[in-house]
Design a protein around this ligand. Structure first.
Ligand SMILES: [Fe+2]
Ligand SMILES: [Fe+2]
Length: 189
């Protein structure tokens, strides 16, 4: 069990760790097959982790920020715009092969934007929420997010509008369909 702050910070730390790992040694063109396969798998995990994370934020976190924080709407609107942009990049990445120049460019672009987005949430949004949320509500929110993440979509779905309520209604189904597609893609490689 984690409150909303612990939940988000732990998730962010994991995404940051994955991105640092990808940056450690970017592949050169024509590098051996096995290393490319590994890189593709690392990127797939990053896409899955970020997609689940942003989906539960859309469903639970931003509505709470809008409700509780003065100027919460402004904060949420800005962050959701960043999230939408990242989804399009990730959606392109799914279909590309590592090692191609464009692939590495897109990955670098995603990593830069994701760091900016995480910093925005951690430096601008979480401190504001901390001032106004009760410990009980923080725990309740974190618990809900933790639970929802288990069934959340593992792909970015940039064409689905980022509205709360949608995930509650369709999330588990979309999440299940995503997991099936992940499985098929993993077999192909
Ligand atoms: Fe986010
Ligand atoms: Fe986040």
């Amino acid at each position: 069990m984690a409150n909303v702050f612990e939940f988000l910070e732990r998730d962010h730390a994991e995404v940051k760790r994955m991105m640092a790992e990808l940056e450690e040694r970017p592949p050169a063109e024509g590098e051996e097959h096995e290393r490319m396969r590994r890189r593709k798998e690392q990127v797939r995990r990053l896409i899955s982790e970020s997609s689940k994370h942003e989906a539960v934020e859309e469903e639970y976190f931003w509505p709470a920020v809008r409700n509780l924080v003065p100027h919460g709407d402004e904060l949420a609107d800005h962050a959701i715009k960043q999230e939408q942009r990242a989804k399009y990049t990730l959606n392109d990445l799914i279909d590309y092969e590592p090692g191609r120049i464009r692939y590495e460019d897109m990955l670098t672009e995603f990593i830069t934007e994701a760091r900016e987005h995480i910093a925005y949430e951690e430096e601008q949004v979480l401190p504001e929420l901390r001032l106004v949320i009760s410990p009980e509500r923080a725990m309740e929110l974190g618990t809900k997010m933790e639970k929802a993440k288990r069934l959340a979509p593992t792909r970015p779905h940039p064409h689905t509008p980022p509205r709360p309520g949608l995930l509650k209604a369709t999330g588990p189904l979309v999440g299940a369909a995503d997991r099936l597609r992940d499985l098929v893609a993993a077999r192909r490689h």
